[in-house]
Design a protein around this ligand. Structure first.
Ligand code: HEM
Length: 566
């Protein structure tokens, strides 16, 4: 009887050894499968960690880090986002080759947990400082909303305010939630999953707004007289002939993409433009003189564009130096492809560091200097075909709103400068040109101290101000002060906060594991006191041996990871 109990014990312990052994094999297999590096992949920059990859090295402005690494590792390198390899392309030659010359090979988009669940695939200013962002955002949104929905929002409209807030929070949360796209299991971890949950919550508000518009359009749709983009889409959905499988759901996401793609980019470019006018008053003056000479008292129109080369060059210089989508949108390879002698497997995520094109000293001498003259040829005409300048990306995935974006930027920038002079108030702290990256690069908030609504007596008929089209600029100086507390910076806090939380969670898990190990050890000790025979001793030794093997295999796995990463 005692003998059979002994066999059971031996069997149990050796089962434990077998399990440990199997776990080891599995760990080896998994680390081999997941950590194996495809052959001839572009090099990894130094400073990556097993499991986390380069996440800790990127900082808050990855496009700057990538541009720095470019100097060290060349135009093509690979960064690890968690366990995924992401190839980063830098510089005009390589990026243009990928985006334009071999566009179809890079035309895909990589899967991204957070992004994918999101996309499914009269205010009184007088005397009060205000942030011009809301006005610019509403104006730009109204252009797109008029095209899509056939209606516009009043300034200060509550519904619009909610929509705009939802769009900003969604964009910021998608950026913060990238950690969850890299480690999707983290969506179950409280606190760490907040960004992802916020993205879903606020995005739902946007989708609700679009759904309501679709229902409104459905109710009074006149097939013979489509009024706007949405009417056209709904007619197309019903016809089923031109566009296969187009459903209302698809239309909703197309509209969502247009809103996301069109509002934030143009708004932030214009905000950077105003900030650079404050920083470079001589450029501001030159733009205003050009507008005064050509446009006179009327509002600038698109027909003035070719006659306002310096103004247009200034907008382009803003787009070069403070490019609002520095890493574009992520691409993915459609098949295995060779770049600069390296092999990139099919389906690999590829980031185009468009920022690197815009600050490449080979194309832009003294790249950090703000100088609109770079975009003018010797005859003073705009040279729009300059190499190494791709603010709207290129190739198959070129921004579909490029022409609209350019028109909006020109009209709004020239109208604002025609009427106002932007400058810092006396004694204000210097402006920061750093910005915050949340898919788009946003400038920190600016408070305008002035009055945009007050009419100025500037002519005999008493008509003045923006609406009347009379110039009021000389009397209408607008001071801008940097906000002491930046709203976006508060919402953002991407890296330190999320990483901090993640680390704390890991610490908790670690200490729980330690406690568990201790308890197990104590139990084993207690059992050991009853140790009955040599067999039990032998199996215990084997167990210890497994533990040693386990430690060795972890060591080997780590060094293997490091070796494969080289
Ligand atoms: C200053 C203004 C703008 C800039 C700098 C800009 C820039 C960009 C860039 C760099 C991309 C990524 C292209 C790629 O994946 O390689 C993009 C995509 C996109 N843009 Fe724009 N854009 C602007 C205005 C607009 C406007 C006004 C609209 C809509 C009316 C728009 C709609 C889109 C859409 C829908 C995409 C995604 C296209 C796709 O997935 O293939 N953009 N934009």
């Amino acid at each position: 009887m005692a003998e059979s109990a002994l066999y059971v014990e031996i069997f149990r312990l050796s089962l434990l050894n077998c399990q440990t052994f199997l776990v080891l094999c599995l760990a080896f297999l998994l680390s081999f499968l997941f950590l194996r590096r495809p052959r001839n992949l572009p090099p990894y920059p130094a400073g990556w960690w097993p499991v986390f990859g380069h996440l800790f090295s990127l900082g808050r402005a990855p496009h700057l880090k990538f541009t720095e690494w470019r100097r060290q590792y060349g135009d093509v390198f690979t960064v690890r986002f968690g366990l995924n390899d992401v190839v980063v392309l830098n510089g005009y030659t390589v990026v243009k080759d990928a985006l334009v010359s071999r566009s179809e090979l890079f035309a895909s988009r990589p899967p991204s947990y957070v992004f994918d669940i999101i996309t499914g695939v009269g205010k009184e200013y007088r005397g009060k400082p205000f942030d011009v962002e809301e006005e610019i955002r509403t104006t730009i949104a109204n252009v797109i909303c008029s095209m899509i929905f056939g209606n516009r929002f009043d300034y200060g409209d509550e519904k619009f305010r909610e929509l705009a807030e939802a769009m900003i929070v969604t964009l910021v949360s998608i950026t913060s939630g990238q950690l969850i796209s890299i480690f999707p299991f983290l969506r179950f971890v409280p606190y760490v999953n907040k960004a992802c949950n916020d993205a879903v919550k606020y995005n739902e508000k946007i989708l609700k707004f679009i759904r309501e518009e679709i229902s409104r359009h459905r109710r009074d749709l006149d097939r013979e007289n489509p009024r706007d983009f949405l009417d056209f889409c709904l007619i197309e959905v019903d016809r089923h002939d031109k566009v296969d499988n187009l459903t209302e759901e698809n239309v909703m996401h197309v509209v969502q993409e247009l809103l996301f793609g069109g509002i934030d980019t143009t708004t932030n470019t214009l905000r950077w433009g105003l900030m650079y006018m404050i920083l470079y008053p001589d450029v501001q003056k030159k733009v205003q003189l050009e507008i005064d000479a050509v446009v006179g008292g009327t509002l600038p129109t698109l027909s003035h564009r070719s006659q306002l080369p310096y103004t247009e060059a200034t907008v382009m210089e803003v787009q070069r130096l403070r490019f609002v989508v520095p890493l574009g949108l992520p691409h993915a390879t459609t098949q295995q492809v060779k770049v600069a002698g390296f092999d990139i497997p099919a389906g690999t995520q590829v980031l185009m560091n468009l920022h690197s094109l815009h600050v490449d000293p080979v194309y832009w001498p003294d790249p950090d200097r703000f100088d609109p003259g770079r975009f003018l040829d010797t005859d003073g005409r705009v040279n729009s075909k300059l190499d190494s300048f791709m603010p709207f990306s290129g190739g198959r995935r070129v921004c579909p709103g490029e022409q609209l974006g350019k028109m909006e930027l020109f009209l709004l920038f020239s109208s604002l400068l025609q009427h106002f002079t932007f400058k810092l108030p006396e004694g204000a702290p210097p402006l920061s040109t750093e910005g915050t990256l949340a898919i788009t690069l946003m400038p920190h908030a600016l408070l305008l101290l002035g009055d945009l609504t007050k009419k100025e007596v500037a002519s005999d008929d008493g008509e003045t101000g923006l609406a009347s089209g009379k110039r009021v600029r000389p009397e209408r100086a607008i001071n801008a002060a940097p906000l002491a507390v930046y709203a976006m910076a508060e919402v953002d806090g991407i890296n330190p906060v999320v990483y901090g939380k993640l680390l704390r969670t890991m610490e908790t898990i670690n200490s729980k594991m330690l406690n568990l190990t201790r308890t197990l050890e104590e139990q084993t000790k207690a059992k050991g006191e009853h140790g009955v025979s040599d067999y039990t001793l032998l199996t215990k030794v084997l167990d210890r041996l497994c533990l040693v093997l386990y430690v060795i295999s972890v060591g080997v796995s780590v060094s293997m990871t490091l070796y494969l990463g080289k």
